[in-house]
Design a protein around this ligand. Structure first.
Ligand SMILES: *Cc1c(COP(=O)(O)O)cnc(C)c1O
Length: 462
C-alpha cells in the first residue's frame, strides 16, 4: 500500500457522549464502589475497556438488518438469513442459535459429557470450564510452553500442545468425549492459534474417534493472524482462512458478542445429526424454539451481517493494528505487557510493573483502581483476585498478575487510545507509590464481580 497510516475504516454517523469527571469525583465513585471497578456506574467511566464482549458498535447495515427482523415464532425469515450466513462461513450443517456463547457450551456439554470425563482444550475460557465442571468432568488446559511465558515472542502462543493431547487421548480411552480448541486463546492473552496446529489437533482427535469442536468467539481475528504470520496464507482472504479452519472441525460454539459484531447472541453448529437433535431438544427447554433460540429476529439479522463484517480485511487490519500500536507505545514507555500483543486486548504485566506489591496484596487489582482514579479508564484484573480463591476458601496466588484493557469493536478512535497511553505513562511515574489492597468482604466463588476491597493504607491508592 502507498500510505502507511492505518485508519479507522468507517465514519461516524451516530455519537454517544462520554463524560469527563474530576479526580475528586472519581475518588468518591471508587469509594462508593468499594474499590471494585465492576461496581462502578458506567456513567462515571470515561473509557471503558472492561471487555470487548457485546460492547461493539454496529454498522448501518446491521441496523438496517434489525429493521428487517422477522419476529415470527417459528420459521422466521431472519433465522434463514442467520443460518445461511453461519453455514456459508463455517460449513456446518446444523446451526442452532443461542442467547450467548455460554448457552451453546451448556447445551453441547450436556449432550456429550458424563461425570469423570476429560475435555482437553488449548485453554478453556472461564464459562467453558464452568460448563465442563458442571457436568463433573475435568477441563484440561494443554497450552504450548511458549503460551505460559508472557515475554516469549512466538507467533502462535495460543497453540495447543499436540503431544500432550495425543498422550491424554491414549491414556484415557473412553473418557474423552470432546476435544476443543479456542481461537483466539482468550484466557491466554488473546493469542492466536495456527491453522497447522488446528489441523494437527483435528487429526489426533479424529484418529481417536473423538468429536473436535472450535470455540470460535474470535475466529476472524485469528484468521487475520494466520494470514499475517503463517506461511502460505499471505494472499488468502480472511473468509477463506476461516472456512479452511472450520472444515477441520466437527462443530463450533460461538459468542456473537465478539466476532459476531453484535451486542448479544451466539450459536452452536455441527455436522452430527444425532447430537444436533439432542441439542435442539435441550434448546427448546432452555433457550427457545430452534429457529430463534433465545434471540429476537432482529438479533439474528445483526449477527448474519456482523459475521461478514468481522472478516473484512480493512476492518481486521485496523483492529489488530490498534492493539499492536498500544503495545508498541507501552514498550517505548517502558511499561511491561504480555508480548506479542493479542487480538482484542492489551495485557499489562502488574507483577513486573509493581514488584513491590506481593500477590497477597493484589497488584493487578490495585493497578486497575489507579487507572480509573488517574484517567477514568476501566480495565479488569486477571490475577490473584480472579483466580486466587480456592473452593475451600484458602488462597493460592495466580501464575500471572495481569490487567486487561479489552477494546470494544469500532467504538474508540485513535485519540482515545492516545489518551489511554498518556494516562498509562503518567501512572508509570507513580508506580513505586502504588499501594496494595485487601479484601473486606467476598462471595464464595467468582469473587471479582462483587467483592468489596479497601486500600491497605487507609485512603491511599497511589
Ligand atoms: C466470551 C467467550 C465465551 C462465552 O461467551 P458469552 O457470550 O459471554 O456467553 C466463550 N469462550 C470464549 C473464548 C469467550 O471469549
Amino acid at each position: 500500500m502507498k500510505y502507511k497510516t492505518i485508519i479507522e475504516p468507517f465514519r461516524i454517523k451516530t455519537v454517544e457522549p462520554i463524560r469527563q469527571t474530576t479526580e475528586a469525583e472519581r475518588a468518591v465513585a471508587l469509594h462508593a464502589a468499594h474499590y471494585n471497578v465492576f461496581l462502578l456506574h458506567a456513567n462515571d467511566v470515561l473509557i471503558d475497556l472492561l471487555t470487548d464482549s457485546g460492547t461493539g458498535a454496529m454498522s448501518v447495515y446491521q441496523w438496517a438488518g434489525m429493521m428487517r427482523g422477522d419476529e415470527t415464532y417459528a420459521g422466521a425469515r431472519s433465522f434463514y438469513a442467520f443460518e445461511s450466513a453461519v453455514r456459508d462461513i463455517t460449513g456446518f450443517r446444523h446451526v442452532i442459535p443461542t442467547h450467548q456463547g455460554r448457552a451453546a457450551e451448556h447445551i453441547l456439554t450436556g449432550a456429550l459429557l458424563k461425570p469423570g470425563d476429560i475435555v482437553p482444550n488449548n485453554r478453556h475460557f472461564d464459562t467453558t470450564r464452568a460448563n465442563v465442571e458442571h457436568r463433573r468432568a475435568t477441563a484440561l488446559d494443554l497450552p504450548v510452553a511458549e503460551g505460559l511465558d508472557p515475554q516469549a515472542l512466538h507467533p502462535f502462543k495460543g497453540n495447543m500442545d499436540l503431544e500432550a493431547l495425543e498422550r491424554v487421548l491414549r491414556e484415557n480411552p473412553g473418557r474423552v468425549p470432546l476435544v476443543m480448541i479456542t481461537v483466539t486463546n482468550n484466557s491466554g492473552g488473546g493469542q492466536p492459534v495456527s491453522l497447522e496446529n488446528v489441523r494437527g489437533a483435528a487429526a489426533i482427535a479424529r484418529r481417536h474417534g473423538v468429536p473436535f469442536f472450535i470455540d470460535a468467539c474470535r475466529f476472524a481475528e485469528n484468521a487475520w493472524f494466520v494470514r499475517t504470520r503463517e506461511d502460505g496464507y499471505a494472499d488468502r482472504e480472511p473468509i477463506a482462512i476461516a472456512r479452511e479452519m472450520f472444515a477441520l472441525a466437527d462443530g463450533c460454539t460461538m459468542s456473537a458478542k465478539k466476532d459476531g459484531m453484535a451486542n448479544i447472541g451466539g450459536f452452536l453448529a455441527m455436522n452430527d445429526d444425532a447430537v444436533a437433535a439432542r441439542c435442539r431438544n435441550t434448546l427448546i427447554l432452555t433457550e427457545g424454539f430452534p429457529t430463534y433460540g433465545g434471540l429476537a429476529g432482529y438479533d439474528l439479522e445483526a449477527i448474519a451481517v456482523g459475521l461478514y463484517e468481522a472478516l473484512d480485511p480493512d476492518y481486521l487490519r485496523y483492529r489488530i493494528r490498534m492493539v499492536e500500536y498500544m503495545a508498541e507505545k507501552m514498550a517505548a514507555a517502558g511499561i511491561p505487557t504480555v508480548r506479542p500483543a493479542g487480538g482484542h486486548a492489551l495485557y499489562l504485566d502488574a507483577k513486573r510493573w509493581l514488584p513491590h506489591i506481593p500477590p497477597s496484596e493484589y497488584p493487578g487489582w490495585a493497578l486497575s483502581l489507579v487507572l480509573y482514579l488517574e484517567g477514568g479508564i476501566r480495565a479488569v484484573e486477571i490475577g490473584s483476585v480472579m483466580f486466587g480463591q480456592r473452593p475451600d476458601g484458602t488462597e493460592k496466588p495466580a501464575d500471572l498478575e495481569l490487567v486487561r484493557l479489552a477494546f470494544p469493536r469500532r467504538v474508540y478512535t485513535q485519540s482515545h487510545m492516545d489518551y489511554v497511553c498518556e494516562v498509562l505513562a503518567h501512572v508509570n511515574t507513580l508506580a513505586s507509590r502504588i499501594r496494595g489492597v485487601r479484601i473486606v468482604e467476598q462471595p464464595p466463588a467468582l469473587r471479582h464481580f462483587t467483592a468489596k476491597f479497601a486500600p491497605l493504607v487507609p485512603g491511599v491508592i497511589a
